[in-house]
Design a protein. Sequence first.
Length: 320
Amino acid sequence: MMPSIFIAPAGIRATSRVCYRTRAYSTKPEKVTLQKYLNDPVKVTVIPISDKDSFVYYKHTESLFNSQSRILKTEKWIVEKSVKLWGKLKKSPKSYNKKIVSMVQSLLNSTPWSENSLLTIPSESYILKRIKGETDKAQEIRLTLKDYTVKAHKVDTQPLHIYYPAEISNPGECLKQMKRLYQDGLAYHKKWTLYCILGLPLTIPLILIPLIPNVPGFYLSYRAYVNIKAYLGAKHLKSLLENSNQQLEFKELQGYSDVYKRGNSSHPQGTQEGPKIAPKLLLNKQTLPLILDFLKVHELESDLNKVIFQKSKQQEEIKN
């Protein structure tokens, strides 16, 4: 099979390239405005955390969900019911419910931040594939994964755009971080899905005690579900990077790097102490609100706060 080559957009001269497996990507991508980024119906946004890690955010419009999927409909119904139940538990004035909420919240804060990144990437079967019309290339046709798989070798797929701050990262670094994200995610979440499922039978005796809620059982069920979702997100990310039928185009988002510069202008960075070097954190309490406002991704506030908490804690441990 011939390798899939990223072709730089018209007017962009690709003087150098970075390779990933059999694919090549231009290291001089197109610069795009914020408005064009916001209007993109499906995109991947790279949010640098440090000089070594990034939060990868897959965002899409509701219209791209596969409405024919019964599994998706059932999952949405279960999630809505669970959210309402959790909301009631959080608002409960009873002391033991408050302790349960505090304990569960503490456990959730200890799960790796990379999980939250993978959870933004839906299962590949949940998202409609966007292809170009056979006669009119400007026309967009949307297919389920099942239909797309049959026609993949005959059609041109609409490119998926990956936005990043050009003065902080580059396509090669983005690819490296996304590859590590899916590789670690596949191994980690497969293992913990199995552990959660194996632990569920051990909570059955609690069901026989009517006055005590089976909190461990509910928690393990939830964690099994989340690990499966994160695993499917990692699997989808792997497909995006390795499937030669999927076109990927890196985009330099204008003004994105400046947001980091403003937030970090007065923020102390990592320091060197002997042989230990504290990591340089680009995402912090100063840059977070600026990034949320600029990218219009306020739905990520709790996820990115978790990243800052965990990375800051790691930084302190390295310093000490």
